[in-house]
Design a protein around this ligand. Structure first.
Ligand code: UT7
Length: 346
């Protein structure tokens, strides 16, 4: 174990979970009509069967607000009890104001700080690592952390290399003090800016502001060197997972569920194999939602919780990775019993 960990202060645990996905589904057969691809290629190369897409009336902050309110309801809290809102997103509504401020307004929360966190698909892992110390130090009692994406707005629908991968959605967790030995036990984050060009949306910022050329050259859309990102992810995931486990004195054998970022089923399988973790402990819902970036981990967590699969004391390992390059992992000892659920499974 390395040094002191935040769990030695006030333990910060997940006391509420919620998620929101748009109703509209886009399946692989729909994509066959849009680009030169096939259901078979997408299924076998990525594991994705369908993804959710927002309609014109919605944006990232709508998904964020709905997931946030559901997480608060799950925790049995009112919106006005939130002390801090953090939204991790790679597809903000605007450069500013932050999507966190826009979601705050939509949730009817008036008096608390709110900010966005940008770490691409590692955003939820980064966010948990940033959020937990606020609770641990006593600065804020109730922190709402949301991962929310409307990536469909940033996809080049004529690029088969990327358009088959991404989907929209949001997941949220509420953090509060929990009993000793539970909650966020450790986090470990990493970044390597030398890989910044491997996965990016080039235009729309200060470097390439929007103009006719940026639009004509599709520079406002996601560009990715898939092969290189794939290799990076398979190497990074097991390494950072082990670092986070080591920090809190646990090993892979202690983990009940690995919830990795849902980017590609083959990445999940290869990384799980390298980690030597049993496939039964590896959570995957990529077939239904595709890659929802910062939302994928809390979305999968919410599914587990809704299915009644989590029990108090379970050790959860979250691992995110993505553009930047960024990657990170968190170890959480689940602090809730099934009986604490508002809406218990029947
Ligand atoms: O969330 C952030 C992190 N993102 C990721 O982790 C994504 C990482 N990368 C990947 O998941 C994979 O690299 C992809 C799914 C993007 C691509 O899979 P791949 O097995 O690496 O395929 P490839 O790029 O090596 O392409 C193989 C072939 C190529 O054709 P040729 O050159 O062999 O003739 C591609 O043009 O597959 C072709 N291809 C497609 N074919 C049908 C690429 N996309 C498609 C497609 N449908 N949608």
């Amino acid at each position: 174990m390395e040094g002191r960990t935040i769990s030695e202060l006030i333990p910060a645990g997940i006391v509420g979970v919620g998620s929101c996905v748009p109703e509209k589904t886009l399946d692989n057969h729909d994509l066959e009509k849009m680009v030169d691809t096939s259901d078979d290629w997408i299924r076998t190369r990525t594991g994705i069967i369908e993804r959710r897409i927002i309609d014109d009336s919605m944006s990232t902050s709508d998904l964020a607000a709905q997931a946030g309110l559901k997480a608060l309801a799950d925790a049995g809290l009112e919106p006005e009890e939130v002390d801090l809102i953090i939204v991790a997103t790679a597809s903000p509504d605007m450069i500013f104001p932050s999507t966190a401020c826009l979601a705050q307004r939509k949730m009817g929360i008036k008096d608390c700080p709110a900010f966005d966190l940008l770490a691409a698909c590692a955003g939820f892992s980064y966010g948990l690592s940033v959020a937990a110390p606020y609770v641990a130090t006593g600065d804020y009692k109730t922190v709402l952390l949301i991962g929310a994406e409307a990536l469909s707005r940033f996809v080049d629908w004529s690029d088969r290399n990327t358009c088959v991968l991404f989907g929209d959605g949001a997941g949220a967790v509420v953090l509060q003090p929990v009993e000793k030995g539970y909650g966020v036990l450790s986090s470990h984050l990493a970044a390597d800016g030398s890989g910044a060009d491997l996965l990016k949306i080039p235009a729309g910022g200060a470097m390439i502001p929007g103009d006719e050329n940026s639009v004509a050259n599709r520079l406002h859309s996601i560009q990715m060197n898939g092969n290189e990102v794939f290799k990076f992810a398979v190497r990074a995931l097991p390494k950072v997972a082990k670092r986070a486990l080591h920090k809190c004195g646990l090993t892979v054998a202690d983990v009940n569920y690995l919830i990795p970022h849902q980017a590609n089923q083959r990445i999940i399988d290869a990384a799980a194999q390298r980690l030597k973790i049993s496939p039964q402990k590896v959570v995957s819902n990529i077939s239904k939602y595709g890659n929802t970036s910062t939302a994928s981990i809390p979305l999968a967590l919410d599914e587990l919780w809704q299915m009644g699969k989590l029990k108090k004391g379970d050790v959860l390992l979250f691992v995110g990775f993505g553009g930047g390059l960024t990657w990170g992992a968190n170890v959480v000892r689940w602090s809730r019993s099934l009986s604490s659920r508002r809406d218990k499974p029947t």
